[in-house]
Write a protein that binds this ligand. Structure first.
Ligand code: SF4
Length: 235
């Protein structure tokens, strides 16, 4: 079945659609927060680095043990890379992730007295930390809205809901920033991620039971894609 043909919406129409989307998702997920388990800025920073190309469930399984072994920035910064790689192996891309965590913690010690900084400018200077990770930490730990988290779920939903026509996460973030008031930036990422995990799956979105199906331009899509690659199995 072909996708619905739609004319290019105006900015005002996009703002209205985004507001409706958020209003309904807030009802569906009253307390949106990151699904990554953590109890400190450092733990969320490490968990978010590990979450690249990996499910939150898998990250939570790994960090449950990891956070018992590594409790401080210094312990990550001085660990044997092979030991850390072994501990995070099942999250995938473990060599790069271990290297990023170790180097990130070295910079935290050298430049931030061992603390996780609370600004976008400082966070994205850390090894392995891009805007997505920075937005997760800023929003969920510091309560600061400096941008909107765009991960694989947000990317997919922004495209299906036609809130953005871009494919680059940073451009999608800029489109969302144009259409969503700043007070909702933190919630937006978490709400779209929850909806992507629960309803709007990558391969088989549950459109008939979706609370957005009357306003979603993709509600009648039938996914007939080739089998998912490992990186697509996040949903
Ligand atoms: S209607 Fe379908 S495609 Fe649109 S947001 Fe809901 S589940 Fe996703």
């Amino acid at each position: 079945m072909a996708k619905r043909k739609t004319k290019t919406p105006t900015l005002e129409e996009l703002k209205k659609r985004a507001a409706t989307v958020l209003s309904r998702l807030k009802r569906a997920y009253p307390k949106p927060s990151t699904a990554l388990h953590h109890s400190s800025p450092l733990q969320l920073l490490v968990a978010t680095i590990l979450s690249a190309q990996c499910t939150d469930e898998r990250v939570n399984m790994v960090t449950k043990e990891l956070f018992k072994t590594y409790r401080t920035v210094d312990e990550y910064a001085t660990t044997d890379p092979g030991v850390l790689e072994h501990a995070i192996h099942s999250t995938g891309f473990y060599r790069a992730k271990a290297r990023n965590i170790i180097n990130c913690c070295k910079v935290l010690l050298e430049k931030h007295k061992g603390n996780v900084p609370g600004t976008m400018g400082e966070l994205i200077q850390l090894p392995g930390v891009g805007r997505k990770t920075a937005n997760v930490v800023l929003g969920n730990v510091f309560g600061r809205a400096e941008g909107i988290v765009v991960d694989t779920h947000v990317k997919r939903l922004a495209e299906r809901l036609r809130l953005s026509t871009k494919t680059d996460p940073e451009k999608i973030e800029q489109d969302l920033i144009q259409t969503i008031p700043r007070k909702d930036w933190i919630a937006t990422g978490n709400l779209l991620i929850w909806h992507g995990r629960r309803v709007c799956h990558a391969r088989k979105p549950k459109c008939p039971e979706c609370s957005l199906n009357d306003i979603c331009p993709s509600a009648d899509i039938v996914i007939s894609l080739p089998p998912p690659s490992p990186s697509q199995r996040k949903a």
